[in-house]
Ligand binder design. Structure first.
Ligand SMILES: [Zn+2]
Length: 60
């Protein structure tokens, strides 16, 4: 089975703001940062949303 990964779709001023799961269909499933902080903050927010997505959808 293919392993799901976080793929960043969109950057704003070098900061990741939108990402997708490489297995789930975009735009049905995506992860977005609404509050823009540092690049590290944004990456952490996307990583956390993706981790929760993995736990809910891909943990079987
Ligand atoms: Zn997924």
């Amino acid at each position: 089975m293919k392993k799901p990964e976080l793929h960043v779709l969109e950057f704003l001023d070098g900061r990741p703001v939108r990402g997708e799961c490489t297995i789930c269909p975009y735009p049905d499933v995506y992860f977005a940062v609404t509050r823009v902080g540092t690049a590290e903050d944004n990456q952490a927010i996307l990583d956390r949303q993706f981790s929760e997505h993995i736990a809910v959808v891909h943990s079987r």
